[in-house]
Write a protein that binds this ligand. Structure first.
Ligand code: NAD
Length: 290
């Protein structure tokens, strides 16, 4: 068997075209375009690239976007104050703090400050709690993007055995909650798991989100499984690798994501979808009028 490739670039481009249409309908009806504010602290090169992508994505779909690029020395109080101001800004529907933050900042406390209705990264405790209670509102971007890839396969998910490798707050944990919500039997493996292989070999769906190239060899993959590789590691030469040994796994899986070009573009489009969703929700309360 050779797996079918889940082309995140192509699927995300189609979703962006839909978003662009939705924004045109919205503005034609007299509403302002959705607005996203991104806060970038310091000069981490990878974070700068991610923020640039967010800006170009917003331009493509017709959103208003603004970036606050702050010094690496910004204080906790100053950063929290900026978030509180954005919470009150009527032109802003989504607030995103680019992570990681410098060590002197308490990222959890900063995320807590974001108005949950503007938390378009879907990482505020309120939004994770809603997902846990089967009432999702703004959903974490990477798991939301992965669920749309799974939907693209056309495979009914209810009852399938799904294993998530990795248990971080913004990827692994909400990923497990999404799969549970879809009716899967979910196993989560993490760095303290004694036998990650045993958790993977029987799984119909494998989502790996660790950041360790080659962690998942092809012979762990159940024939016919769906394999989603969230991991991205950049080598010293700049080559990007996933967690899954693609050349081996592609021989056994039914569907598989490439790295790059699989989950990454879906994470980006999920953030845009969340921003439009937040904007529409605010419009319904009268807050989105020009
Ligand atoms: P993280 O470091 O916060 O979490 C990694 C997780 O992996 C932890 O829960 C840890 O317990 C687990 N882990 C470590 N070693 C393990 C092992 N041997 N077996 C099983 N589990 C193990 O990382 P993160 O922020 O969740 O990101 C994970 C990966 O996904 C990274 O490569 C990151 O770059 C990538 N990522 C990609 C996207 C995307 O859009 N494609 C988005 C977010 C993160």
């Amino acid at each position: 068997m050779t797996a079918r490739i889940l082309d995140g670039n192509g699927i995300a481009a189609a979703l962006r075209a839909t978003l662009r249409e939705q924004v045109l309908v919205r503005t034609a009806a007299g509403a302002r375009p959705p607005g996203l504010a991104v806060i970038l602290v310091g000069n981490d090169p990878a974070s700068e690239i991610y923020v640039r992508h967010k800006r170009t994505d917003c331009e493509e779909v017709g959103f208003h976007s603004e970036v606050q690029h702050l010094s690496a020395n910004v204080s906790q109080e100053d950063l929290e104050q900026r978030i509180l101001s954005l919470n009150d800004d009527p032109a802003i529907d989504g607030i995103l703090v680019q992570l990681p933050l410098p060590d002197h900042l308490d990222a959890a406390r900063i995320i807590d400050r974001i108005d949950p209705a503007k938390d378009v990264d879907g990482v505020h405790p309120f939004n994770i709690g809603r997902l846990a209670l089967r009432r999702p509102t703004l959903r974490s971007c990477t798991p939301k993007g992965v669920m749309q890839l799974l939907e693209h396969t056309g495979v009914p998910l209810r009852g399938l055995d799904a294993t998530v490798i990795g248990a971080s707050n913004h990827v692994g944990r909400p990923m497990g909650l999404e799969l549970l919500l879809a009716g899967c039997t979910v196993t989560t493996a993490h760095k303290f798991s004694r036998d990650t292989r045993a958790a993977v070999i029987g799984a119909d769906i494998v989502v790996s989100a660790v950041g360790r190239p080659g962690l998942v060899p092809g012979d762990w993959i159940k024939p016919g499984a769906i394999v989603i590789d969230v991991g991205i590691t950049r080598s010293e030469r700049g080559k990007l690798s996933g967690d899954v040994r693609f050349e081996e796994a592609v021989q056994r899986a039914a569907w598989i994501t490439p790295v790059p070009g699989g989950v990454g573009p879906m994470t980006r489009v999920a953030m845009l979808q969340n921003t439009l969703q937040a904007a529409d929700a605010r419009l319904a309360t009268g807050a989105g009028r020009p």
